[in-house]
Design a protein around this ligand. Structure first.
Ligand code: CAA
Length: 285
């Protein structure tokens, strides 16, 4: 039977997780928004409140509607609160052991019919699913940054997931106003396999001194017609995330062009991760 989703939970309230919470709550679902401590949960509340406030100040959303959206969200640091969730989507850092440990705990908390989804950008869904009690209910639900704005959702399948779960998550994405694409579990799935290869190439052109960062970005934005140039976009995604996807692509293809450029690795090592740390290829306030 195709699952019905009324109550969802999002674990990890960073940029992606907070954006996903907003998307679900705006679509009328009850949402548990979970992070590892009360402080982090409150930080997540701050991200969602700021984003809704921006929409209100632009006249895109009534204050009462924003209040209703916030009213549908329960911020918590307790995974045990999620017992009645029909769908849990994790958006925690890209570490396999963290994701596996969360899913193992969820196996003991949610009902056997609840769907467990991962927003991973780079890790193997099959490895995440294989470590759980019921791999038939584990699926990828990969949003794009900024999640409240970008319509694409990759629904990532494995050999183990049931067709009902895939259909249910695809239908849910449509209900959220998104455009789902169903893709197999391969390095970079589809969108990142296309995008990150382009970003790595762009970073190499800059690293080799071929072009200034501004001219490179203008070439990508104006010349190719993308909304942002490649360095600005890398800063938005997070340089750690870009590097992680490069690592996964390179491990799969062994193509030197897929390996993370040295400058990218150095920026990540230096803690310059882009917008979220205030410094990447560019500086931010
Ligand atoms: N949260 C919520 N809304 C946001 C937002 C955010 N972080 N950033 C921008 N917006 C909204 C704005 O409020 C504005 O809304 P309205 O039209 O209703 O007023 C709208 O988006 C457009 O924003 P701006 O006018 O400020 O700026 P813009 O027109 O330059 O658009 C952008 C900004 C939407 C980020 C656009 O530049 C864009 O689409 N860039 C490309 C982003 C992209 O390619 N993302 C994919 C990254 S890959 C990924 O995420 C997957 C992975 O695994 C790595």
């Amino acid at each position: 039977m195709t699952p019905q989703f009324r109550t969802v939970a999002v674990i990890g309230l960073g940029t992606m997780g907070a954006g996903i919470v907003e998307v679900f709550a705006k679509a009328g679902l009850q949402v548990y928004a979970v992070d590892g401590s009360d402080e982090l949960a409150q930080r997540g509340r701050g991200f969602v409140t700021t984003s809704l406030g921006r929409a209100v100040s632009k006249g895109k959303l009534e204050q009462t509607a924003a209040d209703e959206v916030l009213g549908r969200i329960t911020f918590t640091s307790e995974l045990t609160d999620l017992a009645d969730a029909d769908l849990v989507i994790e958006a925690v850092p890209e570490k396999l052991e963290i994701k596996q440990s969360i899913f193992s705990r969820l196996d003991e908390i949610v009902s056997a019919d609840a769907v467990l989804a991962s927003n991973t950008s780079s890790l193997s869904l099959t490895r995440i699913a294989a470590g759980t009690k019921h791999p038939r209910r584990v699926v990828g639900m990969h949003f794009f940054n900024p999640a409240p704005v970008l319509a694409l959702v990759e629904v990532i399948t494995t050999l183990l997931v049931s067709q009902e779960v895939v259909d249910g998550v695809r239908d849910l994405a449509i209900r959220l106003g998104k455009k789902p694409v169903v893709v197999g579990d391969r390095a970079g799935f589809v969108a990142n396999a296309l995008l990150i290869t382009y970003l790595a190439r762009a970073i190499r052109l800059y690293e080799n001194g071929r072009v200034s960062r501004e001219d490179l970005d203008n070439a990508g934005r104006i010349g190719i017609g993308l909304p942002m140039g490649p360095l600005t976009l890398s800063d938005l995604i997070g340089l750690d995330v870009v590097k992680e996807v490069c690592d996964v692509l390179y491990a799969a293809t062994k193509r030197p062009s897929d390996a993370p450029p040295a400058l990218l690795t150095n920026l990540v090592t230096a803690g310059r991760l882009g917008r979220k740390t205030g410094h990447g290829f560019y500086e931010y306030d």
